[in-house]
Design a protein around this ligand. Sequence first.
Ligand SMILES: Cc1ncc(COP(=O)(O)O)c(C=O)c1O
Length: 406
Amino acid sequence: MSFDIAQRRADFPSLARVVAGHPAAYFDGPGGTQVPRHVIAAISSYYETSNANAHGPFVTSVETDAIVWETREAMAAFLGASSPETISFGANMTSLAFALSRAIARSIRAGDEVLVTDLDHEANRGPWLALAEHGAIVHSVKMTTGGQIDMDDFQSKLSDKTKLVAVGYSSNSLGTVNDLPRFREMSRSVGAWLLVDAVHYAPHFPMNASELDPDFLLCSAYKFYGPHIGVLYCREGLLDSLKTDKLRPQLDDAPYRIETGTLNFAALNGVKAAVEYIASFGDGDTLRERVLDGMAIIHRYEDELARHFYTELAKMSHVTIYGQPFTAGLRAPTVSFTVDGVNSEEVAKLLGEQGLFVWGGHFYALRVYESLRLEDKGGLVRVGISLYNTREEVERLLEAIRGLQR
Ligand SMILES: Cc1ncc(COP(=O)(O)O)c(C=O)c1O
């Protein structure tokens, strides 16, 4: 199946938006992608036909249960997870991470150690830093100026006291893709749990949770064309062993054990539709095969555009690019930079006025911002490429950045 960009763009109603006479160009995907009409229709159709609370005896409730289960199946196919029982839902990644942190806290013993990294979003740091309140010793692994995790520092901080290693699959700030199989191997060698923040990786690369075999993995559907829902994968059997926050009548087993209160069923129907949307680009007999093929197509398309953007940006003498170049290995199509003499937040504002939506600041990757000493530059300007971006949009953006030379 081929990827026809004009056809794909027609799927996204919001791309028709005009800002001060300029068509909106959405380079803010790392903050949240636009939503195709298939997903929007799935959300509204839930309210039109099946709106009810779960676990009831009547038809709309039975349909709601089916939708939630089918969404778990879809997410298992998306992540390459072994079963729908490994998939739990929550309001967003951060809330699920804090819920998991409270559960893990109940098994922490004084002297247990936890490793987080300086490259990570605060959502993959704060919940684990909070384990210090329960007696854990939390270390943060340094990052290099090139935007990599310092593996020597990681090695030196890892020990048989390490209970949990929390690491991002890809940096939402610099686009770095970490060598997760290596983290898996090293964490397992000391008996530590590996928790992966896949929020920035999931929209750009095919994922295989069964092969990677992390203990926990988190992502957020609004980063891959779905609604605002957080997703938690827990290795089979692991969630059942954790003491989660739980009401007495709440179901005891995975995947329900960590799902407190009523889920956002309409949005979950949208998550299923988002996975099906991605799968619709690909070939294959099963949803999993189509997702893998669809994600590979998205990856190739985004990667080519991002490389072009990076190459042209690198020619501008008033621009400094942060993070590793595309030639150095696998990275996400997310390019961050500063412009000489213009604060990054101001750059984002100026570009936004021309209908070019980019972020300026720290994007909650606070340690990156601090480690690279970006405070007086207003952080970074971040350009994210998503499946609906075009070469023309990239040229427009490049031209606007050239125009910022003072
Ligand atoms: C890498 C990364 N991790 C975690 C999060 C937090 O996700 P959520 O907004 O679903 O809590 C984000 C959000 O931008 C992110 O980019």
